[in-house]
Design a protein around this ligand. Structure first.
Ligand code: ADP
Ligand code: MG
Length: 495
């Protein structure tokens, strides 16, 4: 029955693909690697800072010198537990570190210390906000602690590869989602929400350009109602745009293969940012290929309930609760609140600007005008030329009727450049709204006198001309007349 409409590609929902034989749906699960914001590495005292000279942050443990032993970094463990709590997840009071064995030049130990059967955090869930106020829940499968590998530099010498071990041993949290994601858009929203939670907790700076947050995307396709298909994993995506593109092109590739009678090989793929397509990297290895076994150099982690409880109490107000509070306290829409809680800094700014003022109007101004202007100038909120105090003052000038909303936009544009306070700009330029009946009446009389023919037409029934008169009065007042009063007085005087 739906054949006709489903063939219309305009009607495709996000995550749907129109093949020759019908509609397909995407199934997506993400593995997010989040670098813990910690001064030192997971098992050594070497610095974990980004951007140091090559191989300057390497301890004997990181270089895997014989006889060196790992020592767990308690701070990193706390951050993982706090993150787990913020993801509404099960905290496992008993967890184990395993060796994941493989050879790679930037992995001197010959294995990565990770967690396999007993991760520090188990199942949880987060809510993501879709369009039109809709929400959906995405399950979290687990969060485990592991070490990062070093970096191979292939572009420093014509025939050699250089190795930088600074990143070797840096603490990562791997957050694995359930295959609950159904479109590239949802995948992007999931990453954004995780990033926001990590930043609130303070466990990871979420900086995707510097690589402290990267995602592996698992993608498969199926026809609605069918079992899950075979998945491919696209490695190491470091921007939301790339995540979107990679998932879309990978799903389209799979549909094409399946529709021409082929089957999907489970494999690990790379996203080529220049072509926007994925290509095969290696066939998918299974867990048993890594010969996981408990690391004999490390004791299992064991927590008391009271210690976990203490960490829970130390958590800041998190985005979801904060959002509900903003809706209640300031009367703004859940959608606006969701935008404002995306970053801690946004909320701080908003609450400073909105305190004791019209919350809705402040949210509108912040989200459309300020964010729009900052984006145009390529600035972040932290470097905003307009302070929360001045934005607040501008809102007060509007709600007090000192300036019209239209003039406020001109003043705002000026504030972006001059950093002047709004009231100074109003005074300098004489932009106060005219609300005095007598002054407005004078303007109305002159407009009527200048447009006698139009007045005649209006009086003989051409009601539409009313708008023309309002426009003329606003024009002669240079936009400063109070539109409400102009309307009222015009009606009384055009009789
Ligand atoms: P591995 O460790 O081998 O990558 P996991 O079972 O940990 O395997 O799963 C990795 C990711 O793949 C998870 O995010 C999971 O949600 C996702 N996933 C599992 N099955 C599918 C599927 N059929 N299609 C898409 N994603 C899937
Ligand atoms: Mg994987």
């Amino acid at each position: 029955m739906n054949q006709v409409s489903s063939n219309n590609s305009k009607k495709l929902k996000p995550g749907q693909i129109q093949g020759d034989t019908g509609l397909w749906e995407m199934v997506i699960g993400l593995e997010i690697h989040a670098q813990i914001s910690s001064k030192s590495k997971l098992f050594s005292g070497a610095s974990a800072t980004f951007g140091a000279g090559a191989n300057t942050n390497v301890s004997l443990v990181d270089a895997a010198m014989p006889g060196m032993l790992p020592v767990i970094n308690q701070y990193c463990v706390e951050q993982a537990v706090k993150t787990g709590l913020a993801l509404n997840a099960q905290i496992n009071n008993y967890s184990v570190f395993d060796r994941k064995n493989y050879f790679y030049a930037d992995l001197p130990q010959g294995y990565q210390i990770s967690q396999f059967t007993k991760p520090i955090v188990g199942e949880g869930e987060i809510i993501i906000d879709l369009d039109e106020g809709k929400q959906t829940t995405i399950g979290i499968e687990r969060l485990h602690l592991e070490q990062d590998a070093g970096k191979s530099l292939h572009d420093q010498h014509p025939t050699k590869t250089y190795i930088d071990l600074n990143r070797t041993g840096v603490a990562l949290m791997e957050i694995v989602s359930k295959p609950d994601i159904r479109s590239p858009q949802e995948a992007g929203l999931f990453v954004k929400k995780i990033r926001s939670i990590l930043r609130y907790v303070g466990s990871c700076d979420g900086n995707m350009e510097e690589g402290s947050l990267r995602a592996d995307c698992n993608v498969s396709v199926r026809r609605a109602g069918e079992e899950f298909g075979t998945r491919c994993e696209i490695k190491n995506l470091n921007s939301i745009r790339f995540i979107n593109q990679a998932i879309q092109s990978e799903a389209e590739r799979q549909v094409e293969i399946l529709e021409s009678g082929g089957s999907i090989n489970q494999e690990t793929r790379l996203f080529d940012t220049s072509t926007g397509e994925t290509r095969s990297m290696r066939s998918k290895e299974d867990a048993h290929d890594y010969r996981y076994f408990p690391d004999p150099d490390l004791l299992p982690l064991e927590f008391e309930d009271s210690w976990v409880k203490g960490l829970k109490e130390s958590l800041p107000e998190l985005p979801d609760t904060l959002r509900e509070r903003l809706v209640l306290d300031y009367g703004i829409t859940p959608y606006d609140a969701a935008v404002l809680v995306e970053e801690k800094d946004y909320v701080k700014f908003y609450e400073k600007a909105a305190l004791g003022r019209d919350g809705k109007l402040t949210a509108n101004w912040m989200i459309s005008e300020l964010f729009g202007a900052l984006k145009k100038e390529n600035l972040s909120l932290l470097n905003s030329p307009v302070s929360p105090e001045s934005l607040g003052e501008l809102i007060t000038l509007i709600t007090d009727g000192v300036i019209s909303g239209k003039i406020a936009k001109d003043i705002f544009a000026e504030m972006m450049i001059s950093k002047k306070k709004p009231i100074e700009i109003v005074k300098d330029k004489g932009l106060e709204q005219v609300s005095d009946d007598n002054e407005i009446l004078k303007l109305i009389e002159s407009v009527i006198a200048d447009n006698q023919d139009k007045v005649k037409q209006y009086l003989s029934g051409k009601d539409k001309l009313f708008g023309f008169f309002v426009g003329q009065v606003m024009k002669v007042s240079q936009g400063k007349a109070n539109p409400g009063i102009v309307n009222k007085l015009l009606k009384e005087n055009l009789k």
